[in-house]
Design a protein around this ligand. Structure first.
Ligand code: F6R
Length: 240
């Protein structure tokens, strides 16, 4: 794993946008794996600027998002589909039909998971997967557990994640308790992984990702088995 320590959030976002744009320039029909959350918003802003200035073309790009709450309608402002449209897709020249987010209204979540993995496979696999990290070491919604599920699946969120995500809802009771998520197996099939982490509140999670042996009680440690991972953080996250 390569670690890039940046001065601050803006520089972290700039570095991530540089890597993602290089990927798209080298392979215009890249398949991107995308994340929601607060962390990648700055990166998406930079990618939007690059697109608007004519430097970066998303017209052939395909994307698959890591996760979605379940059940949730795509037009619900709290849905990850809504987040992606608002923070990236509506502002760049990506074909919206080439963007996938797990279907939060899927009648059969098991089938949705299998179909989602099959769609990723059919697209040729993910070239570059962007990740954030939970305070508890979760990756996508793969929460610490005795065992991890490899493929895309439905899962329950931990109390810590519900509490962390409640900042985006009117009250903690509104936070969905379930989600559909790509599994660690699906994520580790990506050709390259870029994980972003910023701020003091991610220091412990970031340190554990670097220091701990591979364990299902810290899903982020599974990134150690992947040959092409770049971790980009800011000084606050790195130094604590
Ligand atoms: C989001 C996701 C989550 C977040 C993580 C960090 O699609 O899968 O694992 O990456 O919870 O969230 P933020 O960036 O809000 O701190």
């Amino acid at each position: 794993m390569r670690v890039i320590v940046c001065k601050d959030y803006n520089q972290m976002s700039e570095e991530a946008a540089k890597i993602i744009s290089s990927q798209i320039i080298l392979k215009p029909n890249s398949v991107l794996g995308l994340a929601t959350g607060t962390t990648p918003i700055g990166t998406y802003k930079r990618l939007i600027e690059m697109n608007k200035s004519g430097y970066l073309d998303f017209s052939k790009v395909k994307s698959f998002n890591l996760d979605e709450y379940y059940p949730i309608k795509p037009d619900n402002v709290q849905s990850y589909r809504y987040f992606m449209n608002e923070n990236l897709f509506n502002h760049v020249n990506i074909d919206i039909n080439n963007t996938r987010v797990p279907n939060g209204m899927a009648p059969d979540p098991v089938k949705e998971g299998a179909d989602y993995d099959a769609q990723i496979e059919a697209a040729g696999g993910i070239d570059l997967q962007l990740l954030g990290i939970g305070r508890n070491g979760h990756i996508a919604f793969n929460e610490p557990d005795e065992a991890l599920i490899s493929g895309t699946h439905a899962t329950s969120l931990t109390e810590d994640t519900i509490e962390a995500n409640s900042r985006l809802f009117n009250s903690i009771d509104e936070v969905p308790t379930k989600a559909l998520t790509m599994g660690m197996g699906s994520i580790l099939k990506s050709k390259m992984i870029v994980l972003l982490a910023n701020g003091k509140n991610k220091h412990n999670a970031f340190k554990k990702l670097l220091d701990e042996e591979i364990t299902t009680s810290n899903p982020s440690t599974f990134l150690k088995v992947h040959p092409n991972v770049v971790l980009i953080c800011d000084e606050e996250c790195y130094n604590g």
